[in-house]
Design a protein around this ligand. Structure first.
Ligand code: TMP
Length: 208
């Protein structure tokens, strides 16, 4: 079997990391070889780039630089980890992928979807997710969950206005990914949110 590439998307604080772990355990129980990974990150080089992007001291970073760094981190992640895992028939659960860049940099930062898509097409070399789970939660609730735990990184510290734009950006791109994207109501309890994600996965496994 060719591998399966599943990405988790949504606002900061939407609970993706917890559900990623639950899903990985579930898939393992089903007998598949599974890896979990995240963006920006997932390899040494990509994690190094992550540190630069999210560093609270990097207040002078231009939006174009930010977009290119996310794409660079992704290019390394795809070539070193994701594509090889797909070729080995693994199931990959990845927190965030290109859709995050379209929404955060394209819409949130105002760089435009087309430009951001262009640099990301170059970065991913044709590797696309088989399924995207969108964790739907209004930013007013999500960001409070997240920054309650810590001070927040450079992106998390952005004003609510930015997070609202990001959230509305996700909603506006739903139809572009129709058929590939499943909306999960992430305002619910962890278990309920997991059950929704699990159902979407079961549906995907039935098709292969
Ligand atoms: P994380 O907190 O989900 O690990 O992601 C780090 C931050 O980076 C988060 O605020 C979302 C942001 N981000 C982008 O702006 N563009 C991207 O392409 C990715 C992957 C993340």
């Amino acid at each position: 079997m060719k591998g399966l590439f599943i990405t988790l998307e949504g606002p900061d604080g939407s609970g993706k990391s917890t559900i990623a772990r639950f899903l990985a355990d579930y898939i393992k129980e089903k007998g598949y070889d599974v890896i979990t990974t995240r963006e920006p990150g997932g390899t040494k080089i990509s994690e190094d780039i992550r540190d630069i992007i999210l560093d609270n001291n990097n207040t002078s970073m231009s939006y174009v630089t930010e977009a290119l760094l996310y794409a660079a981190s992704r290019a390394q992640h795809v070539s070193q980890k994701i594509r090889p895992a797909i070729d080995e028939g693994k199931v990959i659960i990845c927190e965030r992928f290109v859709l995050s860049s379209l929404v955060y940099q394209g819409i949130g930062r105002g760089l435009g979807i087309e430009k951001v898509k262009e640099i990301n097409d170059f970065a991913i070399q044709g590797v696309e997710p088989d399924l995207i789970l969108f964790f739907d939660i209004p930013p007013e609730i999500a960001i409070r969950r997240k920054t309650k735990k810590n001070q927040g990184d450079r992106l998390e510290r952005e004003k609510l206005d930015f997070h609202r734009k990001v959230y509305e950006g996700y909603l506006s791109l739903m139809e572009v990914y129709e058929g590939k994207i499943k909306t999960i109501d992430a305002t619910k309890t962890k278990n309920d949110t997991f059950q929704q994600a699990k159902a979407a996965l079961d549906n995907l496994f039935e098709k292969i």
